[in-house]
Design a protein around this ligand. Structure first.
Ligand code: FUL
Length: 601
């Protein structure tokens, strides 16, 4: 059977296909609109020929991108301002955009997206559209421009730059009067896209509400898109934009099956809203690209996922969250769940009221960057860079360079030839036996598979199911050292190496030999009053003590989570003593041995 398929993209590409034999040279950039007479099988076949735009491909390769939430909320302690904030509150005491960018660059980040305007409507640049901006603040005598300083720093450190411009504006009087507000919004967008050089991502949040006059704002998305495409054609449009899709949660969790090929589009007009409803899809859906869904779709889009998550519980800086900065282990887990699951990671690091990244966050970022480069600069395969094509059942074997252990496999498809793998497995030759190390569904731009440490002599990757012949680009094997709690910290309650509790109050521990100690964790017990103020002392002989910490567990009453305390610098000692000074309710609340873990080097 011979059919003519008309793809209603601007390119109006025409593809001939004969029964099941698709001509491989035909690819469809960003979208395919199906003609009426097409079978579900033909749709699935065609889905394999959908590819990213050059802008989407460049974005995907960034892998690690940073979000910076900074603005009025930084100074009011809120997460969502209501737009009535007094601009005089905005007063960073030691603003330093170069500090942000240099830390991010050292940590391996490739783009920074700044909240130029959050929902409270306060603009971080002196805009002509409203007085609610830095120009009305005392910062730099009203002459400052955060967007400009951040962009200059990005240019200096060769970091790409993007802007978050909240469509929802709780300050603008015109909000809800649709044409008037759309006009204002386009002016703001135009200012940002014409006065600061190159912009690589425009981030439109989906949060929305009624305007002050009770009317619902109808956004003119088509025009917003046109403005971006004409002023910054290399830029991608995210979330309410149709280049980059929100992964569907703010917790850093990717999908095990993550298709960049999907019928989902952002809800920017009635017909898209209806079509998403008909298909039962939203950014939160588990299934965004199965064969069944494709069979029901009228069109498909290249719409890849971005995982946005904050390094702290909130998006904005709050001092009470200083002890809740995600651990290295959590960040690495997020990396495996985002970049390792066919997504780009957009990690938020909120600057503090000085206008700088907090020391804890900066240190954590550098640790994160160091860890990733340590792991992924050491590929243990000698021949994983050779591209290969795979139909269902095809496999390829790879040689290990040396006898080092591994616990991570990296797989990449050449997405310029479509996303095609549906099921794969990875095995290792251990002795004379092939042992399964991992398996999965989608690969896409990148997939990381984690398994227990082992030392195979070869790796075998088998592609079990595909949509057309898959284009495999790269296979890698790595060793990711265990981190932190599982590696650096020894729980004293089950420590086998002869540590002894020599006193209960104050809780005193003899570690039997000199240890390098970086800090400790304290886990509150819900049945008992928690420690609030405390000291930590060390000793080498159990007689002469030196205080290394005298502090409080801030916010432990309202938020009784595990406290992680790192000493300013590592200390060496055989004995350590924890003295509780007062409990959270003013009582005597001694430390219990089971609540403490020593973080050793
Ligand atoms: C959400 C917003 O409401 C949050 O404040 C934050 O900006 C986050 C990235 O997107 O939808």
């Amino acid at each position: 059977m011979r059919q003519i398929l008309i793809v209603a993209s601007l390119l109006a590409a025409i593809v001939l296909f004969d029964g099941c034999r698709q001509k491989e040279r035909a690819y469809f950039e960003k979208e395919i609109i199906f003609p009426e007479e097409i079978t579900p099988e033909q749709k699935i076949k065609l889905s394999a020929y959908l590819t990213p735009t050059p802008q989407q491909y460049a974005w995907q390769q960034l892998e690690l991108t940073a979000f910076i939430h900074f603005g009025m909320n930084t100074f009011t302690g809120r997460e969502w301002g209501d737009g009535t904030e007094d601009p005089s509150v905005f007063q960073p005491t030691d603003f330093n955009a170069e500090q942000w960018v240099s830390v991010l660059q050292k940590a391996g980040f490739n783009m920074l997206i700044l909240t130029a305007k959050h929902h409270d409507g306060f603009c971080l640049w002196p805009t002509k559209t409203t007085a609610h901006s830095v120009a009305s603040s005392p910062w730099r005598g009203g002459q400052g421009n955060i967007v400009r300083e951040v962009k200059n720093a990005c240019d200096k450190y060769n970091m790409k730059f993007g802007v978050y411009l909240s469509p929802w504006d709780r300050n603008a009087r015109s909000y809800g009067d649709s044409p008037a507000y759309n006009h204002l919004f386009i002016q703001q967008l135009t200012e940002l896209l014409t006065q600061y050089g190159r912009i690589d991502e425009v981030w439109f949040d989906g949060a929305n509400a009624e305007g002050p006059n009770g009317k619902r704002q109808i956004y003119d998305w088509e025009r917003f898109y046109q403005v971006i495409d004409s002023l910054q054609p290399q830029s991608v449009k995210a979330i309410m934009g149709n280049d980059i899709r929100w992964v569907g949660n703010e917790s850093g969790l990717g999908r095990q099956t993550e298709w960049s090929v999907t019928p989902l589009q952002p809800d920017i007009n009635e017909s898209i809203v209806e079509e998403n409803k008909r298909l039962g899809v939203s950014p939160m859906s588990e299934d965004l690209g199965s064969r069944k869904l494709i069979g029901e779709a009228k069109a498909l889009y290249w719409y890849p996922s971005e995982v946005d998550v904050s390094i702290r519980p909130g998006w904005f800086y709050h001092p009470e969250e200083d002890h809740q900065v995600k651990t290295l282990a959590q960040l690495v887990d997020i990396y495996y769940q985002s970049v390792g699951l066919n997504s780009v990671l957009l990690l938020n690091i909120p600057p503090d009221t000085r206008g700088q990244l907090h020391e804890i966050d900066s240190r954590r970022l550098i640790e994160f960057g160091d860890y990733l480069s340590y792991v992924f600069k050491n590929d243990k395969l000698s021949d994983g860079h050779n591209a290969w094509r795979a139909k269902p059942g095809d496999f390829k074997e790879f040689d290990m360079k040396d006898g080092d252990p591994i616990n991570t496999i990296l797989l990449q498809e050449d997405i310029l030839k479509g996303q095609r793998v549906e099921v794969f497995k990875v095995e290792g030759l251990i002795g004379s036996e092939w042992i399964k190390l991992g398996e999965g569904t989608t690969i896409g731009y990148k997939r990381l598979i984690k398994f227990d440490d082992c030392t195979p002599s070869k790796i075998r990757v088998t592609i079990l199911e595909t949509r057309e012949k898959a284009a495999m680009k790269r296979v890698g094997a790595y060793f990711a050292p265990a981190i932190d709690d599982s590696f650096n910290s020894m729980p004293i309650s089950n420590n086998p190496s002869g540590w002894k509790v020599i006193a209960n109050d104050p809780f005193t521990l003899d570690m039997s030999k000199t240890m390098v100690i970086e800090g400790f964790t304290y886990t509150p017990d819900p049945q008992k009053e928690s420690v609030f103020a405390y000291t930590v002392e060390i000793s080498n002989d159990g007689k002469n003590w030196k205080e290394v910490r005298n502090n409080e567990f801030a916010n432990i009453k309202n938020n009784p989570i595990k406290q992680r305390v790192m000493f300013k610098q590592q200390v060496k000692a055989r004995f350590i003593r924890f003295q509780s000074l007062v409990g959270i309710d003013g009582g005597n609340a001694p430390f219990a041995p089971t609540q403490i873990k020593i973080l050793t080097k």
